[in-house]
Design a protein. Structure first.
Length: 465
C-alpha cells in the first residue's frame, strides 16, 4: 500500500492510500482494467467493524457478517481490500487474535491462504467439506457461494441485497454493514489512476456523477447508452413504495435509488433509500405518471401519515419546489453556473447542479437600461427544517457575482407554510477559521422566508425575518 497527497477543494492537503491487485483480481470477474484500489474512508471503518465481530466470536459462536450496498459501488474491490489487510498482518498488530484459517469463496471456487508460503491455494471438494466444520475459519465470500449456509466459524459475505439467499444467510447470528455510494471527490481521485483510454475529463466525470450518482460502474462505463437505458427502464417501473420498504427492490431499481447508511460513524445495520442523483429524482417527479407524483407528494402534506424519514422528505420537498418553478409560466428555468449567470432574462430561476453553489437562485433582471431597478438575486434554499444553518462556502460565489453586477442579494429560505410564521434568523456555518473570517460579511446578509406548498400550487409569501 502506498500513500499520495492531493489538493482538496479549499487547497488543503488530503492523503489517500492505494494498492494494486498485482495479478490477483476478484474471483467473480477477471477484470484487470482497473488494477488500483483506493482505500476509501468507509473501508477502514467497515473493516474495523468486521474485525471487531470476528475477534469477539471466532472459535466460540458461528457468525455471518454481510457487507451490503448498491450494485456497482465496488464491493468486490472492498473484498480485495479486506484480503490485503488480512494477509499483510494488519488485522491485529499486537498478535492477540490467535491462529485462524483464511478461506476465499466465490460460487464453487475456494482458496485457502498458506501463512507459511504466503500464497493462496485451490481447495478441492473434500477439503471444503472438512473446512466447513472448523470453528476458527474466516471465510470471505464474493457475491455468492455454492455452500453459503453450511459453514462454522465466521463468514463474511460481500454481496448486493437482491441475492435471493441473503435473507437466509442473515437468520444465523449476523450483522450487516452498508457500504455507501461514492462521493465526487472519491471518484475524482479514482479517475487519476486510470489509463488514458479509461480516464475521464473532469467535466465528463462531474456530468456523469450528476447523472448517475456515486456508482463507479456507471460513471466509468464505456457503454453510456446502456447505462442510460437502464436508468430509463428503472424510472418507468419505479414505485414509491420501494422507498418506504413496503415493496421489495428489484435489481433494476438500484439504477435510481441508493442505500444510505443511517449510522455513518459505523455503517452498521440500518439504511434508508434516497434517489441516486438530482437528475434521476427530477425525472421521476417531472414524469407524466400522475399516480407516482401524487403518491410522493403525500409525504409532504401536513398531518398525513407517511413512511419516509425526514431526510428523504426534505429531498422530496426540494424536488417539488423545483417542479413548481419549472411549471411556472412567468419564470424561465435554467441550470446555474458562473457562465450561465450572465445570461439572465427578466425573471430567471437557476437550479444549482454544481458544488460551487449550495443554493438555487431567482434573479430579477432589468430589461432596459432606462429602468432604475438595478436587479435582485435571491439565493433560494429549500428546506423543511426549522433550524437550517447557511453554508457560507456555497453561497459566497453567488453573493460575489451579485455584488460585481451591483445587484442586491437576499437569502431566502423556501419552507412549507406551516413553518413560515415562526421561522427564525439562521446562523452562518463556516468550516474553518480562515473561511469564517473571509465570509464574515455574510452576517449582514438579508434573510427572508418564502412559504411554498408545491403540492397545492399556492403562491409564495415573503417577509423579512
Amino acid at each position: 500500500m502506498r500513500t499520495f497527497t492531493v489538493k482538496g477543494a479549499d487547497g488543503e492537503d488530503i492523503s489517500h492510500n492505494v494498492f494494486e491487485m498485482v495479478g490477483f483480481p476478484p474471483l467473480i470477474d477477471y477484470q484487470m482494467a482497473y488494477p488500483v484500489i483506493l482505500e476509501r474512508s468507509c473501508y477502514r471503518t467497515i473493516f474495523n467493524g468486521l474485525m471487531e465481530k470476528t475477534k469477539e466470536y471466532l472459535g466460540t459462536v458461528d457468525v455471518n457478517l454481510v457487507v451490503d450496498g448498491n450494485p456497482g459501488i465496488g464491493k468486490s474491490r472492498f473484498y480485495l481490500y479486506c484480503i490485503f489487510r488480512l494477509v499483510h498482518g494488519l488485522l491485529d498488530e499486537d498478535k492477540t487474535f490467535g491462529e485462524y484459517i483464511l478461506v476465499l469463496n466465490c460460487g464453487e471456487k475456494y482458496h485457502k491462504y498458506s501463512w507459511k508460503e504466503k500464497v493462496f491455494t485451490t481447495v478441492n471438494k473434500e477439503e471444503v467439506a472438512r473446512l466447513q466444520r472448523v470453528k476458527n475459519v474466516v471465510r470471505l465470500i464474493e457475491a455468492t457461494s455454492s455452500e453459503l449456509l453450511s459453514w462454522m466459524g465466521v463468514s463474511i459475505l460481500f454481496s448486493s441485497p437482491e441475492l435471493q439467499k441473503v435473507s437466509k444467510f442473515k437468520r444465523i447470528t449476523s450483522w450487516s454493514f452498508i457500504s455507501p455510494v461514492w462521493s465526487l471527490d472519491e471518484l475524482q481521485v479514482c479517475n487519476m489512476f486510470l489509463d488514458s483510454r479509461l480516464k475521464l475529463t473532469d467535466d465528463d466525470l462531474v456530468s456523469r456523477y450528476s447523472e448517475y450518482g456515486g456508482i463507479p460502474r456507471s460513471v466509468f462505463s464505456l457503454n453510456q447508452q446502456e447505462k442510460r437505458d437502464n436508468v430509463a427502464a428503472a424510472i418507468d417501473s419505479f414505485d414509491p413504495d420501494i422507498l418506504s420498504f413496503s415493496k421489495p427492490v428489484h435489481a433494476i431499481h438500484f439504477n435510481v435509488v441508493a442505500m444510505v447508511p443511517t449510522t455513518p460513524e459505523t455503517f452498521e445495520t440500518l439504511y434508508e433509500f434516497m434517489f441516486l442523483s438530482k437528475v434521476i429524482a427530477d425525472k421521476i417527479v417531472m414524469q407524466e405518471r400522475e399516480d407516482i407524483v401524487a403518491q410522493l407528494a403525500q409525504a409532504l402534506v401536513p398531518n398525513v401519515r407517511y413512511d419516509f424519514d425526514e431526510t428523504f422528505r426534505g429531498q422530496l420537498y426540494e424536488l417539488f419546489v423545483h417542479r413548481w418553478f419549472a411549471q411556472s409560466t412567468k419564470v424561465k428555468a435554467k441550470t446555474i453556473s458562473l457562465r450561465t449567470l450572465g445570461k439572465t432574462e427578466r425573471v430567471t430561476y437557476y437550479r444549482s447542479t454544481s458544488r460551487e453553489f449550495a443554493v438555487d437562485a431567482l434573479i430579477l433582471e432589468p430589461t432596459t437600461k432606462a429602468e432604475t431597478f438595478a436587479g435582485v438575486c435571491y439565493g433560494l434554499l429549500m428546506t423543511i427544517n426549522a433550524k437550517q444553518p447557511i453554508d457560507a462556502k456555497g453561497v459566497d460565489k453567488l453573493v460575489k457575482w451579485s455584488t460585481a453586477r451591483n445587484y442586491s442579494f437576499v437569502y431566502v429560505f423556501v419552507v412549507p407554510s406551516a413553518l413560515e410564521a415562526n421561522y427564525m434568523w439562521q446562523q452562518i456555518d463556516s468550516l474553518s477559521g480562515e473561511e469564517h473570517n473571509r465570509t464574515r460579511y455574510l452576517n449582514d446578509m438579508v434573510q427572508l422566508v418564502a412559504a411554498v406548498d408545491p403540492y397545492i400550487d399556492i403562491k409564495p409569501n415573503r417577509r423579512k425575518v
